[in-house]
Design a protein around this ligand. Structure first.
Ligand code: GLN
Length: 475
C-alpha cells in the first residue's frame, strides 16, 4: 500500500474503492510490527481498531461516515479511552484500565477516526527526550541514536515513521511542538481553554493542552475542528465558537509578523536553525508580509517560571497516586504511611520524584511567597508583555528548539541543561497562546527541525493559514 501523508488522499481512495479502512488498519498494523524497535507504541489496539474499521467501511458505503473517516490515529498514553489501558508511561498506573473516555477520544470516535493504540511518552509527560518512560526510550526514526523529543515522543515517531496517519499528544511546555520539530512533522498546541482536558492524566492543569501531530497543516486543522470546543466536564474551556479551521486555510492576506531578536541572538541556538529562520523571514517578506524584529528581554525568566509553577501543580495533581485508590501498591508496605512512601518511591521514576519534591518545596509554608507567588507574578508579566506584541502583530515567529534532536544521554546528567531545551516552547504555555511547529527542512546531517509560530488567543484559524504558507515555502 502507498504511504499516505494526508487524509484528503485517503478519502479519494476510499471513495473510489481503491482502499478500505480495514486494509488501512492492516497496513498500519504491519508498519507498527516492522518498526517495533522504535518503541513508539506501548500497546496496539488491534481488536478494537479492526472492529472500528469494519463499522466505518459500512458507513462509507452507506454515505453516513464522519469527517475523520479513514484517519488512523494514535493516542498518547495519558489520554483515556474507555476499557483500554492507560499508564502515563508510569509503573504507578500498572494494570489500570480506564473506565471512561476523555472528551477528545469521544469526539474522535464520533467523527469516525480509528484509534490504533497508545503511544510511549515521558512518565506523566515530564521530559524533553522520552528518556523518562518506565517502558524504555522511543527512538528517532531519522537517527536511532538520537532522542525523538518529549514528552509526546511516541506520538511524533508514530506519525513520522508512518505507523499511523496522525496522533494526539499533550503540550504543557512544548511536548507536542518539540518532538514534532525533532521528527519532522507538524505539531500544534491550542490556546489554553480551547480543547477539553477531561480524561487527560494531569501534569500541570493550568498549562496542559491536547493537540494533534500530522504531516500536513490541513490534517492538523481538521483534527482540531473535531476536538476543540466547549465541554461541560472542563470548566476552563471557553465558549468561544470553534471556527471551521480547514475553510480558513486558503486565506492569503498580508500579515504582520514579529520575530524575537532575543531568540535569534540566544547563545546555544544552532546556527543552521538560525540561518533557516533568517531565510524564512526574507521569504515571508517576499510573499508580501510585514516581518519586523521586536525585543523580548525576558527569555531568561521563561524556563525558571515554568518549572516553579508546573512542579507546584504536579506535586498537587500527583498526590492522588497513593497506592490505595488505583494502580501500583508496594508489596513491602506494612501500614498506611509505608504504603504511601513505598508505593510512591517504587512506582514513580526519578524525574517525577524530583518534580514532586521541587513542587512540594515551592509550595511549602516558608517558601510559597519566595517561589510560587513570585512565579505567578512572573507569569503574569510574561503574558502581558507577550500580549503587547500580539496586539501589534498577527503572529510571532521563533525557533521551536535550540537545536536538532540530540543523542541519547547528552542531557541526562544535568536536569537544568535538559530543562533549557524548553526555552522557546514554554512561552506559549505560560501565556496560554496557541503555537505550532512546522517542518522547516533538514540540517547538514539530514536531521529535521521545525520553526514555530505563536498566534493570538483563540486565533488558531489565522495561525493555521500562516503555518500552511510557511510549510509551503520550501527550503
Ligand atoms: N519538556 C517539558 C517538561 O519537561 C514539557 C513537558 C510537556 O509539555 N508535557 O516539563
Amino acid at each position: 500500500m502507498k504511504s499516505y501523508t494526508a487524509l484528503a488522499d485517503i478519502r479519494t481512495d476510499l471513495q473510489s474503492g481503491a482502499v478500505t479502512c480495514a486494509a488501512l488498519v492492516e497496513h498500519y498494523l504491519e508498519r507498527i510490527e516492522a518498526n517495533k524497535h522504535l518503541n513508539a507504541f506501548l500497546e496496539v489496539f488491534t481488536d478494537s481498531a479492526r472492529k472500528q474499521a469494519l463499522a466505518i467501511d459500512a458507513k462509507i458505503k452507506a454515505g453516513t461516515a464522519g469527517s475523520l473517516a479513514g484517519m488512523v490515529i494514535a493516542l498518547k498514553d495519558n489520554i483515556c479511552y474507555k476499557d483500554h489501558k492507560v499508564s502515563a508511561s508510569s509503573k504507578i498506573l500498572g494494570g489500570f484500565v480506564s473506565p471512561y473516555s476523555s472528551t477528545v477520544t469521544e469526539r474522535l470516535l464520533a467523527a469516525d477516526a480509528i484509534i490504533i493504540g497508545r503511544t510511549n511518552c515521558d512518565e506523566f509527560a515530564m521530559g524533553s527526550s522520552n528518556e523518562n518512560s518506565a517502558f524504555g526510550p522511543v527512538l528517532n526514526p531519522h537517527d536511532t541514536k538520537r532522542v525523538p523529543g518529549g514528552s509526546s515522543g511516541g506520538s511524533a515517531v508514530a506519525v513520522a515513521a508512518g505507523l499511523c496517519l496522525a496522533a494526539l499528544g499533550t503540550d504543557t511546555g512544548g511536548s507536542i511542538r518539540q518532538p514534532a520539530s525533532f521528527c519532522g512533522v507538524v505539531g500544534f498546541k491550542p490556546t489554553y481553554g480551547r480543547v477539553s482536558r477531561w480524561g487527560i492524566i494531569a501534569y500541570a492543569s493550568s498549562f496542559d493542552q491536547v493537540g494533534p501531530f500530522s504531516h500536513t497543516v490541513a490534517d492538523n486543522a481538521l483534527i482540531m475542528e473535531v476536538i476543540a470546543g466547549k465541554d461541560e466536564y472542563d470548566s476552563t474551556l471557553s465558549s468561544e465558537p470553534v471556527p471551521a479551521y480547514t475553510q480558513a486555510l486558503a486565506q492569503r492576506a498580508p500579515k504582520r509578523i514579529a520575530y524575537l531578536e532575543d531568540c535569534l541572538e540566544k547563545e546555544g541556538l544552532d546556527p543552521e536553525i538560525k540561518n533557516r529562520l533568517l531565510r524564512i523571514i526574507e521569504q515571508l517578506r517576499a510573499a508580501g508580509h510585514t516581518v519586523e524584529p521586536v525585543r523580548f528581554p525576558y527569555l531568561d525568566y521563561l524556563v525558571p517560571a515554568y518549572y516553579v509553577l508546573t512542579t507546584a501543580e504536579a506535586s498537587s495533581n500527583l498526590a492522588r497516586f497513593d497506592g490505595i485508590r488505583y494502580g501500583y501498591r508496594s508489596g513491602n508496605a506494612t501500614d498506611l504511611e509505608s504504603t504511601y512512601k513505598k508505593s510512591r518511591s517504587e512506582g514513580f521514576g526519578i524525574e517525577v520524584q524530583r518534580r514532586i519534591m521541587l513542587g512540594t518545596f515551592v509550595l511549602s509554608a516558608g517558601y510559597y511567597d519566595a517561589y510560587y507567588s513570585k512565579g505567578q507574578k512572573v507569569r503574569r508579566l510574561l503574558r502581558d508583555k507577550t500580549q503587547v506584541i500580539l496586539d501589534q502583530y498577527d503572529a510571532i515567529l521563533l525557533p521551536t528548539t535550540p537545536g536538532v534532536a540530540f543523542e541519547f544521554g547528552a542531557n541526562s546528567a544535568d536536569p537544568i541543561k535538559m530543562y533549557l531545551e524548553d526555552i522557546f516552547t514554554v512561552q506559549a504555555n505560560l501565556t496560554g497562546m496557541p503555537a505550532i511547529s512546522v517542518p522547516a527542512g533538514t540540517n547538514s546531517q539530514n536531521l529535521p527541525f521545525g520553526v514555530q509560530l505563536m498566534g493570538k488567543r483563540f486565533g488558531e484559524a489565522e495561525l493555521f493559514a500562516l503555518a500552511k504558507e510557511v510549510q509551503e515555502l520550501g527550503a
